[in-house]
Design a protein around this ligand. Structure first.
Ligand code: G16
Length: 545
C-alpha cells in the first residue's frame, strides 16, 4: 500500500487538481481544454496501472488525443487488452478518480483495490502514445509520473494514430500473433495484405489507383506518408493538410467535411479528383468528389459500410462458408442506407447508441460484424469461428478453386482490416481493394443508393445532461415535452426523421435531421434546434435559420 500513499502525495505536489469542473469519461474517454487535464493524465496513469494489475498484468493502452476536437482541447482514453475500448464498468472508476480532491486520491485508489480485490504485487504493463497536439507532450509527462509512482513497466510509442496504439495493445497481448508490436510491424502487416489482394487483380473499368488525402493537419498525414513507402507502386496518394501550415482539424478533416458537407480548406477539389479526409487522430475517414454538375458528393461511414458489407457478403457466398454477417449503425445512419442494407443487401442491421464502444460490442455478436458510424468511424470484426473456417477452407483438400480463392481473399482482408477499432489508413486500403475488384469509380460506388438530404447542428445549453434519450438515442425522454415537439415537427415533412442527444466529446447538444429535400432537412434541423434551445436551457445566441 506504500505506492498508493505515494500516489496521493506526488499528485498533490506535482499534479494538483486546479479546477472544480466535473470531467466525465464520455464517448471516447476524457475530453476538455488541455489546461484542465494535467491532474487527469497523472491519475489515469495510476488507474491504468490498476487496470493492468486487475487483469493479471496484461498490457493496457493509454492514448492521449482529442481526435476531432479543436487543437486547444486534449483528452485521454484507456485501451483494454484486446485493443478495444475500456470496459464500461471502469468508466465510473475513471471519472471518480479524475474528479476527487487531491487529499482523497489515495483513499479512492484504496477503495477501488479493495472492491475489485486487485493484487498489488502484480507487475503492471502499459503502452501509450499521443497525437500531434502541442499540449500532448506535456500531458504525456503527467501520465509518465502517474505510471512511475505505481512502478509500472511501460513503452512510450511517441506519436501514433489512435488505431495504431490499439493495434500495439493487441499485438502485445497476443504475443505477436496479431502482428509485430512496432510501427514497422503495423505497416508491414497492412501493406503485405494490400499488395497480396492487389496482386490477384489488374486495374480495369472506371477505377483509378490515385487518391488525394486531407490529413486534417494531424498525425494521419504523417503516418499515411510512412505507409506509402510500403505500398510500392500499387496506388499513388497526394497528402494535403499535412500539418506543415494549418491548424489541426481547423476547416479540414473528416468531422468538418461530414458536418459542413463541403471540401476542406487546403485542398481544391476539382472534377475527376477522388478524395478522402481523415480526422485528427486518423480513426475516421470519409470520401468525396464532384459530380459532372460539379455538385459536392460525400461518401460517409454509411456508404463505406455498405460497400464493405456487400463485398464481404459476395466473398462469403463464393466461399460457400456458413457465416452470419451483420452490420451495426447508429441513429445518425442515413435512412436510405438502412433501407438499402435491408432491401438490397439483405444483411441484418442493428442500431446502437453513438460511440465505437457500443458498435464494437454489438458487432462481436456476428460471425463477421461490420460497424460504421456515419461520421466514418468503423471497422470489421471477424470472430474466432470465422477466422478458423476461412483457414480450414484454404488448406482443405478437394475444395473447388473458386471457393478456395474466395477464402484466400477473405484471409487477406482479415489481415488488412484493423480489427481493434476504426482506422482511417486500414479502411482506406480496404475501400481501394473493393473498388479495384469491382472496377468502380467513386461515382459508381455512390450510385448504389441516394442519401436523404440531412443536416447536423449544435446547440449550446447550460447543462447538456438535461437531455436524456432512449431507443438507441432516437427519442428524448427529457426535458419534458421536447420529444412531442420533435414529433410534431417531423410530421410536417416527407421521409423525415430527427433526434437530439448530448455530445460525449464536446460541451454541446447535437441535432440531426433528414428529409426529402435539402431545404426541408435544413428547415427541420433548425426548427428542432430552436426547441432544444428553448426547452433545454440554451445559452448564447438563439439558433438562426
Ligand atoms: C468520438 C467517438 C465516436 C463518436 C464521436 C462523436 O470520435 O469515438 O464514436 O461518434 O466521438 O461523439 P459525440 O457525438 O458523443 O461527441 P473521435 O473521432 O472524436 O474519437
Amino acid at each position: 500500500m506504500e505506492v498508493v500513499k505515494d500516489a496521493g502525495k506526488v499528485g498533490k505536489e506535482k499534479h494538483p487538481r486546479k479546477v472544480d469542473t466535473w470531467l466525465n469519461y464520455g464517448t471516447a474517454g476524457f475530453r476538455a481544454r488541455a489546461e484542465l487535464l494535467d491532474h487527469v493524465l497523472y491519475r489515469i496513469g495510476l488507474l491504468a496501472a490498476l487496470r493492468s494489475k486487475s487483469k493479471g498484468g496484461v498490457t493496457i493502452g493509454v492514448m492521449i488525443t482529442a481526435s476531432h476536437n479543436p487543437e486547444c482541447d486534449n483528452g485521454v482514453k484507456l485501451v483494454d487488452p484486446a485493443g478495444e475500448m475500456l470496459e464500461a464498468s471502469w468508466e465510473k472508476h475513471a471519472a471518480h478518480l479524475a474528479n476527487v480532491n487531491d487529499a482523497d486520491v489515495s483513499e479512492c485508489l484504496k477503495s477501488l483495490i479493495a472492491a475489485l480485490a486487485i493484487d498489488l504485487t502484480i507487475q503492471p504493463n502499459i503502452v501509450f502514445a499521443r497525437d500531434t497536439r502541442p499540449s500532448s507532450e506535456v500531458l504525456a509527462q503527467s501520465l509518465r509520473d502517474g505510471l512511475d509512482v505505481m512502478q509500472t513497466h511501460y513503452t512510450d510509442y511517441g506519436v501514433l494514430t489512435t488505431p495504431q496504439l490499439h493495434y500495439m495493445v493487441r499485438c502485445h497481448n497476443t504475443k505477436g500473433q496479431y502482428g509485430e508490436a512496432t510501427e514497422d510491424g503495423y505497416y508491414k502487416k497492412l501493406s503485405t495484405a494490400f499488395i497480396n489482394l492487389r496482386g490477384q487483380k489488374s486495374v480495369s473499368g472506371h477505377y483509378q489507383p490515385h487518391i488525394c488525402i486531407d490529413g486534417a493537419n494531424g498525425v494521419g498525414a504523417l503516418k499515411m506518408a510512412q505507409m506509402m513507402t510500403y505500398l510500392k507502386e500499387t496506388i499513388t496518394v497526394d497528402v494535403y493538410n499535412d500539418g506543415k501550415q494549418g491548424k489541426l482539424n481547423d476547416q479540414c478533416g473528416a468531422d468538418y467535411v461530414k458536418i459542413q458537407q463541403m471540401a476542406p480548406q487546403g485542398l481544391t477539389l476539382g472534377l475527376g479528383m477522388r478524395c478522402a479526409s481523415f480526422d485528427g487522430d486518423a480513426d475516421r475517414i470519409v470520401f468525396y468528389y464532384l459530380d459532372q454538375g460539379e455538385k459536392f458528393c460525400l461518401l460517409d461511414g454509411d456508404k463505406i459500410a455498405t460497400l464493405i458489407a456487400g463485398y464481404l457478403k459476395e466473398l462469403v457466398t463464393q466461399s460457400g462458408l456458413d457465416l452470419d454477417l451483420g452490420l451495426v449503425q447508429t441513429a445518425y445512419a442515413n435512412g436510405s442506407s438502412t433501407r438499402f442494407i435491408n432491401n438490397k443487401l439483405h444483411v441484418p442491421v442493428a442500431c446502437v447508441p453513438t460511440g465505437v464502444k457500443h458498435l464494437h460490442q454489438r458487432a462481436l455478436q456476428f460471425d463477421i460484424g461490420v460497424y460504421f458510424e456515419a461520421n466514418g468511424h468503423g471497422t470489421v470484426l471477424f470472430s474466432e469461428k470465422a477466422e478458423k473456417k476461412v483457414k480450414e477452407l484454404i488448406i482443405g483438400t478437394g475444395v473447388p478453386e473458386d471457393q478456395r480463392l474466395a477464402a484466400l481473399r477473405l484471409s487477406a482482408v482479415i489481415d488488412l482490416i484493423n480489427q481493434t477499432v476504426g482506422d482511417a489508413v486500414s479502411d482506406l486500403l480496404l475501400v481501394e481493394t473493393v473498388l479495384l475488384d469491382k472496377g468502380w469509380s467513386i461515382a459508381d460506388w455512390n450510385a448504389a443508393y441516394t442519401d436523404l438530404p440531412n443536416r447536423q447542428l449544435k446547440v449550446k445549453v447550460k447543462d447538456r445532461t438535461v437531455i436524456q434519450t432512449t431507443d438507441a438515442e432516437r427519442r428524448a425522454t427529457a426535458p419534458a415535452g421536447l420529444q412531442t415537439e420533435i414529433d410534431n415537427l417531423v410530421a410536417l415533412y416527407n421521409e423525415a426523421r430527427a433526434f437530439v442527444r448530448p455530445s460525449g466529446t464536446e460541451d454541446i447538444v447535437r441535432i440531426y435531421a433528414e428529409a426529402d429535400t435539402r431545404t426541408n432537412a435544413d428547415k427541420l434541423a433548425y426548427e428542432v434546434s430552436v426547441q432544444v434551445y428553448q426547452l433545454a436551457g440554451g445559452i448564447g445566441k438563439m439558433p438562426t435559420p
